[in-house]
Design a protein around this ligand. Structure first.
Ligand SMILES: C[S@@+](CC[C@H](N)C(=O)[O-])C[C@H]1O[C@@H](n2cnc3c(N)ncnc32)[C@H](O)[C@@H]1O
Length: 519
């Protein structure tokens, strides 16, 4: 039987062109591949027609399929993507469909990759996927779309909240969603008149330090609106849903603050922002979020499985994770899909500072300790640096040779260079990063079912020393670390876009998919 698969009208990345052929190849022999379609001589096992049709519906990189020369049946992915743009001929791949677009998060990865990997592993409704760096929940949402279960761990409380909200919006009744929408709309209407911001800050239980911090970042009337909206939603909604409303507040926080929106770190605008259409922005984001969630929920066709995200540290998984798995009758997971933080990573906590305080998730003074939980963070006190440097020899013995050699060379080069104190931190930071990653990989190994796969999507970095750029080969070194804890590791290059755009001067346009198999 010949099947025609229609490609999406958007431009594919080079690696996606490879993946789409691989995907087509899982269905049978690829006969031809043109600009718009791929033809396959399908291999259907006797009695396997139903599951074959299901696989066609679940394709990631094709928009339609059909028997013979016509491809008119839309894939589920096509339908999901149209929940974001509503258009049938989008020129760009959508990554904001379903609940993915609820909130910005730096370093989010392409939902399509997560979906592709899940379908490649043929996960089913009993399978559990684990993401040790869940971020804003891309893998978790895709697990729901793919009909399996997922567990995530994440160290940034804002990201945890965003991920929980994305799950909540997909896993609720129509009634809950409608009543959420109604309360949000009424609370926005209520912003026409209000008291001073401190009144709502007290109602929300914000501390003096939190309030003072917020006053320095928002004009008084804007702060009053944001806090009143939060307080009204908290009063009228069940706790979990009030948290979803909080995510809406966070989604506009930067835009209505004195913060320069083009800046990743938190820097001030040249001219403070005295007024902003808070009501309009909230209304717009709320409508988009609920409409996309409704659209996606209608497409699911199944009850979302048990998907949950926990605040925590992936170096030492908390007993909560084990308890959660036990409640599902399991001790291990079937797959791991993640994109880890990089060495000298993006400042995830720093970029979330305004929201963390605005939503009462941290005191200004607590931000530093949240930053410290972050693997790859660049903050290191002189005392810590000294502690790492003093133990560097013993620490490096614990790491694969190529990492130790690189770090030792760096230490020597820095002795003779005029590098500033930040640069001098690099050997200690890299040693810490790879030691931390070894701990995470060991936990991954422990949690993963025998013979199962972990996928880590990661790219290299570079650091400047004088006029020379040194290439930090994070993917290769993580693969070596994974082998040192027992995995068999493979690497596939994914020639992508610059994920971190203007914000990551040290970023490189290249990523690798590490495939780690547990024995
Ligand atoms: C590349 S991002 C993941 C983004 C995610 N895939 C998404 O789509 O939003 C890496 C994440 O690792 C988290 N992280 C850093 N250190 C961690 C730790 N010790 N335990 C758990 N998560 C951590 C960061 O907060 C960040 O959200």
């Amino acid at each position: 039987m010949n099947i025609t698969l229609k490609k999406f009208p958007y431009r594919y990345f080079p690696y996606e062109k490879k993946l789409l052929l691989e995907e087509a190849g899982t269905l049978g022999d690829v006969i031809s591949s043109g600009d718009g379609t791929v033809e396959v001589e399908a291999r259907v096992t006797p009695g396997g027609t139903e599951s074959f049709i299901q696989r066609l519906h679940r394709l990631t990189y094709f928009s339609h399929f059909g028997v013979g020369k016509s491809a008119q049946i839309p894939t589920q992915q096509f339908l999901f993507e149209t929940t974001a743009n509503g258009s049938r001929t989008a020129a760009r791949q959508s990554t904001r469909y379903s609940t993915h677009g609820l909130h910005e998060y730096k370093g989010k990865f392409h939902p399509q990759i997560a979906r592709y990997l899940m379908s490649r592993m043929k996960l089913n409704m009993d399978s559990i996927v684990f993401d040790p760096f869940a971020g804003s929940g891309t893998v978790l949402v895709e697990a729901i779309h793919s009909g399996c279960n997922a567990v995530g761990v994440e160290a940034n409380p804002l990201a945890v909240l965003v991920a929980k909200s994305k799950i909540r919006l997909l896993n609720c009744t129509d009634r809950e969603l409608k009543s959420f929408q109604r309360v949000v709309d009424e609370s926005i209407q209520g912003l026409k008149s209000m008291r001073a911001a401190d009144y709502y800050a007290k109602k929300l239980g914000l501390s003096d330090a939190q309030f003072r911090y917020l006053q320095s970042w928002f004009a008084p009337n804007i702060l009053a609106k944001l806090l009143k909206f939060r307080a009204d939603c908290q009063r009228c909604l069940p706790c979990e849903w009030a948290r979803v409303a909080d995510v809406l507040v966070s989604s506009i926080a930067r835009e209505v603050s004195h913060q320069d929106v083009a800046d990743l770190r938190i820097r001030r605008r040249k001219n403070p922002l005295e007024d902003a259409p808070v009501d309009k922005l909230l209304l717009g984001n709320a409508a988009v979020a609920t409409n996309r969630a409704l659209g996606a929920r209608n497409l699911l066709g199944h009850r979302p499985g048990l998907t949950e995200v926990f605040f925590g540290d992936s170096r030492v998984l908390s007993p909560e994770i084990q308890q959660h798995l036990q409640a599902m009758g399991r001790r291990t997971v079937d797959a791991i899909i993640t994109s880890p933080p990089y060495a000298t990573a993006l400042p995830y906590v720093d970029t979330s500072r305004l929201s963390l305080v605005l939503l009462g998730l941290s005191d200004p003074s607590g931000l530093k300790s949240l930053e410290r939980l972050q693997i790859g963070n660049r903050e290191i006190s002189p005392i810590e640096r000294k502690r790492v440097e003093e133990s560097i020899e013993t620490r490096l013995v614990e790491l694969p040779n190529q990492i130790a050699i690189f770090i030792k060379k760096l230490v020597t080069a820095l002795k003779t260079s005029e590098a500033g104190f930040r640069k001098r931190n690099t050997p200690a930071l890299l040693t810490q990063y790879f030691t931390d990653m070894k701990a995470v990989l060991a936990e991954n190994y422990r949690l993963l079912e025998s013979k199962s796969l972990a996928f880590w999507l990661v790219g290299p970095n570079r650091t400047q020393l004088g006029h020379k750029w040194l290439y930090i080969d994070t993917p290769r070194w993580l693969a070596a670390l994974a082998e040192s804890v027992g995995f068999a590791a493979g690497m596939t290059p994914l020639d992508t876009y610059q994920r971190f755009g203007l914000h990551q001067r040290n970023g490189i346009r290249e990523e690798f998919l590490l495939t780690l198999q547990r024995n």
